[in-house]
Write a protein that binds this ligand. Sequence first.
Ligand SMILES: [Zn+2]
Length: 241
Amino acid sequence: MTTERLYLSSIDAAYEKEFTATVTQIQENKISLDRTLFYPLGGGQNWDLGVLNGPNGQLNVTEVRGRDIIEHTVDDVLDLEVGDEVTGLIDFERRYAHMKMHTAQHLVSGIAYELFDGVRTVGNQIHTDRSRIDFHPIQFTEEMLLQLQSEVNQKIKQALDVTDSQMTRNEINAIMPQERTNMDLLPSFINDLRVVTIGDQQDMCPCAGTHVRNISEIGEIEFTGKKSKGKGKQRVSYILR
Ligand SMILES: [Zn+2]
């Protein structure tokens, strides 16, 4: 049974911390639920942590993975059974840090594309304290990174709203180049997509991650390093203040 992703139903849903669900499957110390607020590892964003409160006590969630069926790894299942109802509570401090970092990644990728000749984002890793984006093809100089940092921070000050919508492949491609949204990398059979938009089409990206409501929540970005990954690929690290 496919797990309903509660955090994905709207931008606001990413701010919810507590939910109730029914246990649908237990395999050793991995618990599946009919619905969840826990974000599973994916799209470069790390999983949520938190607890599940069941009839026999509190279970500590240490890892969350899965695509259709999301599995919550716990220390001990405490005799939990399929059909039991649980209340889940996510570690919101960690989630919110991911939301800010992830939304910052959208901004950085979009602005880098505009500034540096359509440079592509080919990978990203979102963590609470430090994140990184892989760009290709590019050879960043210190000046280029400072320019990117300055443009991103100016954009954040514009306090643009972040919204989501369901769109078709053609609708998205009519508004923004496929290379900018990475639409050309999505399998062609996927047609209906959840699109995350910053401001009035400042940036658009098909994405199933969690984001902040307004880019002002990001704070201020600082690039902390760059590293060549070979063949014209560079990895840029950033923190938020
Ligand atoms: Zn996203």
